[in-house]
Design a protein around this ligand. Structure first.
Ligand code: PRP
Length: 213
């Protein structure tokens, strides 16, 4: 039997994924103990491998078959737009992709004005403004702390993740429009899905059953 390899997003998503896998009898002691700089972990008994990567790299590993299965956020899946199957909504890591800004900026979204939009997610922002709202905008790519942009005058609004809303609140910003809901998703390499159908489908079915209860 060959190893099935999982690519997990470093941090909380990886922890929540292991908790979920534990419920269907899949564990990886070394990985779950944490406190290590190791990147690859093995469960010899089940012939499974796990590795941790930056969230946006998970779909890349899965598309190229370096991992058979990946878990990452829907935001990353939309932004990276890689060729793989999205097979399950895992129900954790829930948040929303939103257009945010000062309350006064709400008007700018109503009249197809040319506005500046700062975001870590240029593809999602472009798709939303161009294809859903038919508004031509100037998209400015940032790498984090995006809420700063409208405050210091870099942009009119931002497209960013809102979870509790506290970052917005503490910076005098609000949600102006919702782009889409987000959560952690399981993705599968297209060839692995065919070649290892039984094992992968068994994992998907068991998780999916567990999520229903
Ligand atoms: C994310 C997101 C928001 C914040 C939202 O940032 O980009 O800034 O969390 O969470 P909240 O609604 O619960 O306040 P993250 O902490 O991942 O860091 P970043 O700003 O560097 O992207």
């Amino acid at each position: 039997m060959r190893y099935l390899t999982f690519a997990l997003s470093k941090g909380r998503l990886a922890k929540d994924t292991m908790k979920l896998l534990n419920t269907i009898g899949i564990s990886c002691r070394e990985l779950e103990q944490g406190d290590t700089r190791k990147l690859i972990f093995v469960n010899e008994e089940l012939k499974l491998k796990f590795f941790l990567s930056k969230g946006p790299d998970v779909p890349t590993y899965v598309e190229y078959g370096a991992a058979d299965i990946g878990v990452t956020g829907k935001d990353t899946i939309l932004e990276e737009d890689r060729k793989c199957y999205e097979v399950l909504d895992l129900g954790f890591g829930k948040c929303r992709m939103c257009v945010c800004g000062r309350k006064e900026s709400e008007e700018l979204l109503k009249h197809h004005e040319m506005i500046k939009v700062a975001t870590k997610y240029p593809k999602i922002a472009k798709d939303y403004f161009y294809n859903s709202k038919h508004q031509t905008v100037d998209i400015i790519k940032l790498n984090g702390s995006v809420e700063l942009a409208p405050i210091v005058g870099l942009s009119d609004v931002i497209v960013d993740i809102v979870e509790t809303g506290s970052t917005l609140k503490e910076n005098g910003l609000s949600v102006l429009e919702e782009v889409c809901p987000l959560s952690a998703r399981m993705i599968v390499n297209r060839v692995s899905m065919r070649m290892e159908y039984e094992r992968i489908n068994d994992i998907i079915s068991r998780i999916s059953e567990g999520l229903k209860t």
